[in-house]
Design a protein around this ligand. Structure first.
Ligand code: CP
Length: 306
C-alpha cells in the first residue's frame, strides 16, 4: 500500500487499510527496540520539532525517543519558557521555527483543531499529539497495536472503555479505530461524563460498570480529565469510586483472559487500584513500550519519502 499523507491529524479520517498499514509498519520498528543498538538511519537529515503546549510525560518522551531511534534531529519546545508567554500566536511561533528549515511538527495543544490549522497553513508534516478533547491518534494506534499483539486480532473483540468519555481524546480516537477494525465497543461512565449522541460513533452506552464488563475481552480505564472540566460533573470522588472504579469482583464478570489497559497517567485508587494496575492482567506498560514503535512508524511513513 502507498501511504501518501502529509499529516496525521486523527483516526477519524484514516481508512481501515491505512490503520492496518501503520500497525504492520510498526511491527518492524518494534523489533528494532529489542536490539542491543536500538537505532536506524531512516530519518537522518530530517528535523522534527516537538511543540508541546500542554503537559505530557509518555507522549513527549515517546516521540522524542522514536525520533532519536530514527536518527532525526530534534528540537524540543516548552510553552512555559517560550515567547508564547509574551503573546506570540501559535501560527507565528510555528512559522518562525519553520523558517529555521524543519521538516515536521509534533503538536500537543489544549485547543481542538490546532493541528488541523497548522496542517493547512504550513507545507511540512504535522502530527497531532493530542488536541484538547478531540483526538490523540498515536495513542489509539499504540493501543490498537497492543491489543493485536496480545489477542492476535481486533475484529469481533468486546472492548469496554470506562470513565470520563466526554473529555477524553483517547476515547474518541480509540472508538474510531476500534470500530473501523471491527471491535464491538462499549462506553461506560456516569451520565454526566458520556457525550450526547456518542452512539452515532457505533458504540453501546452503559451506565453500570458491572453490565459493561460482562463478557468483555479488554477493559480500558480512563482518568477523570479535571483539567478539561469547567464544572462539577461528579458529586464526589468517593461516589465515583463506588460505582466506576475497577475491582476484582467486577473484573471477574469479564472473560477469564481479559486484559486491562490505561493510557496513563493513572490515578491509582480512583479508576483502578494499584494491585490491578500492576497485576497480571494489566498491559499498561506494554502500551508505553509499543508507543515508541508506533510513533517510529508514523514518523517514517510521513517523512521518509519527502
Ligand atoms: N497517554 C498520554 O497522552 O500521556 P501523557 O499525557 O503523559 O503524554
Amino acid at each position: 500500500m502507498n501511504f501518501n499523507r502529509k499529516d496525521l491529524l486523527g483516526i477519524e479520517s484514516l481508512t481501515k487499510e491505512e490503520i492496518l498499514f501503520i500497525l504492520e509498519t510498526a511491527k518492524s520498528f518494534r523489533e528494532v527496540l529489542d536490539r542491543p543498538i536500538k537505532k536506524v538511519p531512516t530519518l537522518r537529515g530530517k528535523t522534527v520539532v516537538n511543540l508541546f503546549f500542554e503537559s505530557s510525560t509518555r507522549t513527549r518522551m515517546s516521540f522524542e525517543l522514536a525520533e532519536k531511534r530514527l536518527s532525526a534531529d530534534i528540537l524540543n519546545f516548552s510553552a512555559s519558557t517560550s515567547s508564547s508567554t509574551k503573546g506570540e500566536t501559535l501560527l507565528d511561533t510555528a512559522r518562525n521555527i519553520l523558517a529555521m528549515k524543519v521538516d515536521c511538527f509534533v503538536l500537543r495543544h489544549s485547543t481542538p483543531g490546532t493541528p488541523h490549522l497548522l496542517a493547512k497553513k504550513l507545507p511540512v508534516s504535522i502530527i497531532n499529539a493530542g488536541d484538547g478533547a478531540h483526538e490523540h491518534p498515536t495513542q489509539a494506534l499504540l493501543d490498537l497495536y497492543t491489543i493485536r499483539e496480545k489477542k492476535g486480532k481486533i475484529e469481533g473483540l468486546k472492548i469496554a472503555i470506562v470513565g470520563d468519555i466526554a473529555h477524553s481524546r483517547v476515547a474518541r480516537s480509540n472508538i474510531w479505530g476500534m470500530c473501523k477494525l471491527g471491535a464491538k465497543v462499549r462506553v461506560c461512565g456516569p451520565p454526566t461524563l458520556i457525550p450526547p449522541l456518542v452512539e452515532k460513533m457505533g458504540v453501546e452506552v452503559f451506565y453500570s460498570l458491572e453490565d459493561a464488563l460482562t463478557g468483555v475481552d479488554i477493559v480500558m480505564m480512563l482518568r477523570i480529565q479535571k483539567e478539561r472540566q469547567n464544572k462539577g460533573f461528579l458529586p464526589s470522588n468517593s461516589e465515583y469510586i463506588d460505582f466506576f472504579s475497577l475491582n476484582e469482583e467486577k473484573l471477574n464478570l469479564a472473560q477469564p483472559d481479559v486484559l486491562v489497559m490505561h493510557p496513563g497517567p493513572v490515578n491509582r485508587g480512583i479508576e483502578l487500584p494499584a494491585r490491578i494496575a500492576d497485576g497480571e492482567k494489566s498491559i499498561i506498560l506494554d502500551q508505553v513500550t509499543n508507543g515508541v514503535a508506533v510513533r517510529m512508524a508514523v514518523l517514517y511513513l510521513l517523512l521518509a519519502k519527502r
